[in-house]
Design a protein around this ligand. Sequence first.
Ligand code: SF4
Ligand SMILES: [Zn+2]
Ligand SMILES: [Zn+2]
Length: 328
Amino acid sequence: MVLMTNYNIFLKKGKCSYCNNPVVIERRYSGENLCPNCFEKNIEKNIYKTISKYKMLNSNDKIIVALSGGKDSFTLLYNLSMIQKNLYNPEQLIALTIDEGIKDYRENSIKNAIEICKELNIEHHIISFKEKVGLTLDEIINIKKNLTDYKYACNYCATIRRRLLNDGAKEFGGNILAMGHNLTDIAETFLMNILYKRFHLIANQYLFKEENSRVNQFFIKKITPLMRIPEEEIFLYANIKKFNYYPSHCPYREIDPIVRKRVLDFIQECKKYSPEIEFNLLNGFLELSAILYNHDEKIEYLTCQSCGYPCTNTSICTFCSYLKELNQ
Ligand code: SF4
Ligand SMILES: [Zn+2]
Ligand SMILES: [Zn+2]
């Protein structure tokens, strides 16, 4: 694979806490100093331990990995393929990429996604917005951007992509959908959901839902094995592993004045003074999602009148309401 960034530039003064080699990372939240080799092993152990601690996988699971082509999804795919190869059945792993139709961005990252699947010998499928909902994300934004009810690209994108990933995973026979969300993503999403009082979303993300709940008949189980690794460590790991991931961010992230970006900046600022803050947010999310899920289960879910999926507070789900707006 092509080396994206030579990790030697990350080397620091000082010795590894475990083997005395030069240090590549000083973890302020744990007090450890790690050399590249110990860091790599530590990240892989972290992923394995997260899967095992939260009982994310069983031996006969068929895993669909959401593969965008970025550093997180590469790290996830590589590690799951190693875990499957060594412990379970490597054929029970499929990569799924959603092509939202974002010009000068997604077509590039898809090339990297195709390449890693070839290298790891993993079955790979691509599903596009255009083929499933008739419009690319760029076309959706062009239609909506000057209208008063415009809700920013990420709202349309995330809602449609979530549904296509879920339905695609079911179509390819999966019972587990593995997502590359890292600790920073989870902390940021949790804080966003608190700020907007989206308690039903926090409840929906609960990790230990009952297998036979009505909601689970529609939505397949999602797992997030990278959820205890901060984003900057995934970046370092992906470079040490020399993954040829696509390094750029989506252009809409920069264009749209979304609160999410400010929330992320706020967390980064807090981390300077309180390095463990993201872990506190993760633990807060795990505890609160359990409380809210068990409370929410007592509430009757409504059924979307258009697609039949469960929805929380309206007679039509968000996915169908966007499609309806776009077809008017
Ligand atoms: S940043 Fe927003 S628009 Fe871009 S891929 Fe992510 S959710 Fe979609
Ligand atoms: Zn070491
Ligand atoms: Zn619907």
